[in-house]
Write a protein that binds this ligand. Structure first.
Ligand SMILES: [Zn+2]
Length: 340
């Protein structure tokens, strides 16, 4: 028995993190969120080159497709390979057949010059026709000048800003600093410790928040529209929906699976074409929030794009060789780990 749904959207991803699984342990055991950034992610992103970014994005895109996810809103950082990085990610996704909205997360933490080069990568990619938003890492690693420049650039390009907001307590001042800048087309990621209302859509990432020990974000209490993201831990959106559901049930037992399902559907605001992609699942109630919430392990069998292309058949990608992508990604990961 099978059933179908539209393609799903991952509302916040880091395709560059696909190679991170199994990476060597950091020199120091991180004991809080800031140390996780310092010891894990900021050591990883600085070691990335364009070849690693390509295979990481391609593996992430294939795994998304195999999970019935046909659209990804990506947030990228690679301080030693900034120029052209968004083209590489867009190319890898296009080869697999997955739609992607790219952004380069600007920051001052590697110096003012790197911040400006990050802005320019966003500008260059979007102005040349790339599908993107202006990325910002987070307010606490940016000067006010860089935040204002990113906001102004997004306005000039007619796109929103994609930014981590108050993910941990280290970014507690984000609300005050972004209040005058945020627009309705901004994508505010996490907002666990956000102390006020900001304009924009909130991307809720329940698995990542638990993994980093940053606390629960209470998305159902926010006035903002909510979408679901994985924050780089794959792109299995039915899994993330189930997790979002039990996370809010642990706080408020009257909430139903329909709420988490509506957060999945809000992703179409950002990538509307995914609504016309068709995913066939190995389960006969994949379109029912009440069934999906209590059925782990539902798998995508076939994916047909809105243009009529068969992208996934019998659970395998049609445009790329899964084994080749996995082996090339493994080789890139070995090179990456050697540089850490
Ligand atoms: Zn993130």
């Amino acid at each position: 028995m099978t059933s179908t749904t539209p393609g799903l959207v991952c509302g916040h991803h880091h395709l560059y993190s696909s190679l991170a699984r199994g990476m060597p342990a950091p020199p120091l055991q991180p004991t809080n969120f800031l140390e996780i950034l310092q010891q894990v992610w900021w050591r990883l992103d600085i070691a990335l080159d364009l070849d690693m970014i390509y295979w990481s994005a391609k593996l992430g895109a294939v795994e998304a497709l195999m999970s019935g996810t046909t659209g990804i809103i990506d947030h990228h950082e690679s301080p030693n390979a900034i120029e052209g990085s968004l083209d590489v990610i867009a190319q890898a996704c296009s080869e697999v057949g997955v739609r992607v909205v790219c952004s380069y997360g600007v920051t001052d933490r590697q110096g003012v010059d790197a911040g400006q080069r990050g802005l320019e990568e966003n500008r260059r990619f979007i102005a040349s026709g790339g599908r993107g938003m202006v990325g910002v890492h987070a307010a606490f690693t940016c000067s006010d000048e860089l935040l204002e420049s990113a906001s102004g650039l997004a306005n000039d390009l007619g796109v929103g800003v994609h930014i981590h907001v108050a993910e941990g307590v280290d970014d507690i001042s984000a609300g005050a600093r972004l209040e005058k800048l945020a627009q309705d087309n901004w994508l505010l990621v996490h907002c666990v410790h956000l102390d006020r209302e900001l304009r924009g859509t909130i991307a809720h990432n329940p698995r990542s928040n638990m993994n980093n020990g940053v606390g629960y974000a209470y998305p159902s209490r926010r006035a903002n529209k909510i979408i679901l993201g994985t924050d780089g831990i794959g792109a299995d959106m039915l899994e993330e929906m189930r997790l979002a559901y039990v996370a809010y049930r642990s706080d408020e037992v009257t909430l139903s699976p329909d709420l988490a399902w509506s957060w999945l559907e809000n992703g179409y605001d950002f990538i509307p074409e995914c609504r016309d992609d068709q995913v066939t699942w190995n389960y006969d109630h994949s379109d029912s929030p009440w069934h999906v919430a209590f059925t782990p392990g539902i798998r995508a069998i076939n994916v047909r794009s809105s243009e009529g292309d068969e992208l996934l058949q019998d659970g395998l990608p049609t445009r790329v060789d899964l084994n080749e992508v996995r082996s090339k990604a493994s080789e890139a990961a070995i090179r990456l780990f050697a540089k850490l």
